[in-house]
Design a protein. Structure first.
Length: 296
């Protein structure tokens, strides 16, 4: 009976450790795929539109609203790792102090390790199958995605309508801002991979900088590589609050982590702010907000 119980518990331990490993892998891009810094009120999305019939034209994921302020980003990955660790630790303690290891030999422990490895592989396979590969087309000699995954919230308000509604000032350089935003997004992924806190400091407020620095510290010496397969950005609003101008830009696209087989979708809003009472002030990232799927 003790031996049978040991095998059952070993299986749970393997799955728990695999879940913890899965959680770590899911948080490698800049910001960790979570809500960081300031969060702002959601902008109501429109209804999903039908796919475009244009041939050869990439269809980016339609940008929509940010999640409501304070909503926790990706709650499952956030607590899965600690819970898995507690489960594994508790089961191991019960086995040690309950005598479940009595009569086991070295070969049994080797099999326990094999079960843990199998559990990890199963989680990797489930993750890969859950993310269908994006289709690609040739564009100017380079591979580009034929279409991005549809965003959770539906299409966002067009820039012209946002200007008419007063969400964006009429004289604001939307095109230049969006171009710079996409460049900054790609650059900060590289800075995050290289643990370049100097570069991160130049682009973030102290609050966001502290959060990113903590994420890097928790990562330790583990190397990582984040490839931006495709990225689109849409300016959602530009408002003035006190002595600051605050802009919200939504990023949708595909990111591949550590040469994974399939890239993962990204859908998040960056809130950037600029001091109006300082000459030559720069835009700084004040918050990263994940776009959550609407409740059904």
């Amino acid at each position: 009976m003790n031996r049978l119980m040991s095998w059952v518990v070993a299986g749970f331990i393997g799955l728990s450790l695999a879940a913890a490993s899965f959680d770590v892998e899911a948080k490698k891009r800049f910001g960790g795929g979570s809500n960081v810094g300031n969060q702002r009120e959601a902008i109501q999305p429109g209804k999903p539109s039908a796919p475009s019939q244009a041939q050869g034209q990439p269809t980016p994921g339609s940008p929509a609203a940010a999640a409501a302020a304070g909503t926790a980003g990706r709650s499952m990955p956030g607590w899965m790792g600690p819970v898995a660790g507690l489960v594994a630790g508790g089961l191991l303690g019960a086995m040690f102090f309950g005598g479940a290891f009595n009569g086991l030999n070295f070969g049994d422990f080797f099999m326990f390790a094999a079960l843990a490895a199998i559990g990890f592989m199963v989680f990797r396979m489930i993750r890969a199958r859950a993310q269908p590969p994006a289709s690609y087309r040739m564009s100017n000699g380079q591979m580009a995605p034929a279409s991005l995954p549809p965003s959770a919230g539906g299409p966002a308000m067009p820039v012209s309508q946002a200007v008419a509604d007063g969400r964006i000032p009429a004289d604001f350089d939307v095109q230049g801002f969006v171009k710079h935003a996409k460049t900054s997004f790609i650059r900060l992924q590289a800075a995050n991979d290289a643990k370049d806190l100097g570069d991160v400091r130049d682009y973030t407020t102290p609050q966001v900088y502290a959060a990113i620095a903590m994420q890097m510290q928790e990562r330790g010496d583990a190397a990582q590589r984040t490839e931006v397969v495709s990225i689109d950005a849409q300016l959602m609003s530009v408002v003035t609050e006190g002595d600051k101008m605050i802009a919200s830009v939504r990023f949708t696209g595909l990111i591949r982590e550590d040469d994974a087989m399939n890239p993962e979708p990204v859908d998040e809003v960056w809130h950037v702010e600029k001091a109006l009472n300082e000459r030559n002030s720069s835009w700084l990232i004040a918050g990263i907000q994940q776009v959550e799927e609407p409740a059904v």
